[in-house]
Ligand binder design. Sequence first.
Ligand code: TYD
Length: 339
Amino acid sequence: MRRILVTGGAGFIGSHFVRYLIETTDDEVVNLDALKYAGNLANLRAVAAHPRYRFARGDVTDPEAVAAALAGVDAVVNFAAETHVDRSLMEAGSFIATDVYGTYVLLEAARRAEVQRFVQVSTDEVYGSVESGSSRESDPLDPRSPYAASKAGGDLKARAYFSTYGLPVCITRGSNTFGPNQYPEKVIPLFITNAIDDQPLPLYGDGQNVRDWLYVRDHCAAIALVLERGHPGELYNVGAGNERRNIEVTERILAELGKPRSLVRFVPDRPGHDRRYSLDCTKIRALGWAPQHVFEEALATTVRWYVENEDWWRPLKSGEWAAYYRRQYGERLARSRPL
Ligand code: TYD
């Protein structure tokens, strides 16, 4: 039995990963999470009382909290991050603090504790916008948002700890992930919950930007595989090959909910909006991973989950979220045009 430290385990992908480990392995899981705006213990109700699960509240930028959480740990999986591009355009300091400095604090503590594996969970956004073809792990980094730049910084730190100290680091670069429990600032849960309430769906620019959508359970399976069998020092892209234009995803959501296309509003674009992400996933497939979910079915499952779990998301769409929404979309919606 291994003991795994999962950081950011109360967030969207992190909480699915904690549950995945508890369900599919006999690992002990320590979840270190600062419970900032997107961290939510309600995501972990299913495992909260499990004998192999333990929660520790703390920030990855705090060396004492990290050292305490690392006691007896065999491997670390780092999900703790600020992740929303639009927020990074308003305020980038917290992204540098968590995604770069926090990663450094974890790496340093992991090195001292001589952990056997460190998985750094990263993103396809570090490659920048890909007009044609697909990004390979050896491609140069070209992060174009403050968020992506911070994740790239964390990746480089992690690689340096492998080269310099031999810390057995693996990095995963996942594509846009979706599923239940995603905070309603990202486009899929935002549009689902807005549509349920007959509120406008603010589509940036011309709605033609392309993202490669990955169901959260498939993403977790890939990270678990890298934790198990990844080669130290290696990077692994994780994408399911579901490249869709934003307008297509939006129309699917509306169709699933039986809501009219008149809810769509084209709003002024996100500055520096990456046109397309696309990943070459030969390496992770060679390791033995393949996505198990069909995009349209997983999207339908996700829509159903939000319909059936209003008690999860309604309380989130007040307070901090509402202030963010007004700031992000108020002006834009005033300047919007219909489909
Ligand atoms: P998002 O979920 O923020 O992920 P990322 O920017 O990390 O890819 O956005 C996904 C796509 O949806 C992206 O092209 C931006 C677009 N988008 C909108 O059109 N409107 C919105 O309100 C949001 C949040 C995103």
